[in-house]
Ligand binder design. Structure first.
Ligand SMILES: Nc1ncnc2c1ncn2[C@@H]1O[C@H](COP(=O)(O)OP(=O)(O)OP(=O)(O)O)[C@@H](O)[C@H]1O
Ligand SMILES: [Mg+2]
Length: 282
């Protein structure tokens, strides 16, 4: 039936271990990365358009269960798991996908999410603890970052209150430094957006937590890191108008913090150029 993560220690709890302890090999983790063809077959827009074709979801057996969010990829529930405040992230099967492909993608994303979260916690990168991974239902049980606000919502609320880019600079520096640490661990997030970074309460402490690692993989390549930053840049500029300098500051801090930022920023420039050429050609 279900299997526990963290080396089969039992169902609970995959807590942070000493940095570097039991690191996974690149081959092990990298082998889980999705092929471009698979990923390309379902961009977020396509997934949104096909939302009505999602199969019915059977909620996980959590006491006091509440649906937190029905996202494009997963349903997130809040409840208690063996006495702890927990969220359960359940992959939503898509009816339009062949069942075999569906099963493979869901299984892989659940495994990738669990592995990446464990890798983060080992490296001291803030991310929810993994409590349990159910490979039968492709449901992952995580520490509930209770009362957290997504960075996206925080930026919007600062802007609504009349705050300018200047008031967001401490946040962008923190995020830039956090992403530098993530990439220095050769961890590629795969879906970086301001919605996938949470702020623990109280938000003024700027206590960031990275989530949503279902598309993550391990790579030391500057190209992969550059693309990760490019995805964030596109998402950031499309969602947060008028605070472009916030992203510039983030990049500057990333460049100053990461040990290997030179080639990454060079790749980011190349990827931007490719993006511009593509949009000119149409
Ligand atoms: N560990 C957690 N603690 C608290 N809230 C969480 C946690 N994990 C996820 N959430 C909440 O659930 C939402 C969706 O989670 P997540 O981004 O992991 O799933 P998703 O289905 O991939 O979402 P989307 O498709 O919208 O990106 C988050 O924006 C956040 O509000
Ligand atoms: Mg998300």
């Amino acid at each position: 039936m279900a299997a526990a993560v963290a080396g089969g220690v039992g169902p609970v709890v995959a807590e942070a271990a000493a940095p570097g302890a039991g690191a996974e090999t690149k081959a092990e983790v990298g082998a889980g990365a999705e092929t471009k063809a698979e990923v390309g077959a379902e961009t977020k827009a396509e997934v949104g358009a096909e939302a009505e074709l999602e199969a019915e979801v059977v909620p996980p057996p959590l006491p006091g269960l509440q649906l937190v969010q029905q996202g494009a990829e997963a349903c997130v529930f809040r409840g208690r798991f063996l006495g702890r405040e927990a969220v359960a992230k359940l992959r939503v099967p898509k009816r339009y996908r062949h069942p075999a492909l569906e099963e493979r993608l869901s299984r892989r994303r659940t495994a990738q999410e669990a592995r990446a979260l464990l890798r983060c916690r080992r490296a001291g990168i803030p991310a929810p603890a993994v409590y349990f991974v159910d490979h039968v239902t492709n449901c992952i049980y995580l520490e509930d970052i209770a009362g957290a606000v997504a960075v996206q919502d925080h930026i919007e609320s600062v802007q609504r209150r009349g705050g300018d880019a200047g008031s967001l600079l401490p946040l962008s520096k923190k995020l830039g430094a956090l992403l530098a640490r993530l990439h220095d661990e050769d961890l590629i997030h795969g879906d970086l957006t301001t919605a996938n970074v949470l702020l623990r309460p109280p938000v003024e402490k700027l206590d960031l937590v990275l989530i949503d690692f279902g598309l993550s993989f391990v790579s030391g390549l500057a190209e992969d890191k550059g693309v990760d930053l490019y995805v964030l840049e596109k998402a950031f500029l499309s969602v947060h108008a008028g605070v472009e300098t916030v992203f510039e500051t983030l990049l500057k801090t990333y460049a100053a913090t990461s040990k290997k930022s030179g080639p990454v920023i060079k790749k980011l420039d190349e990827v931007r150029l490719r993006g511009r050429k593509r949009s000119m050609v149409g």
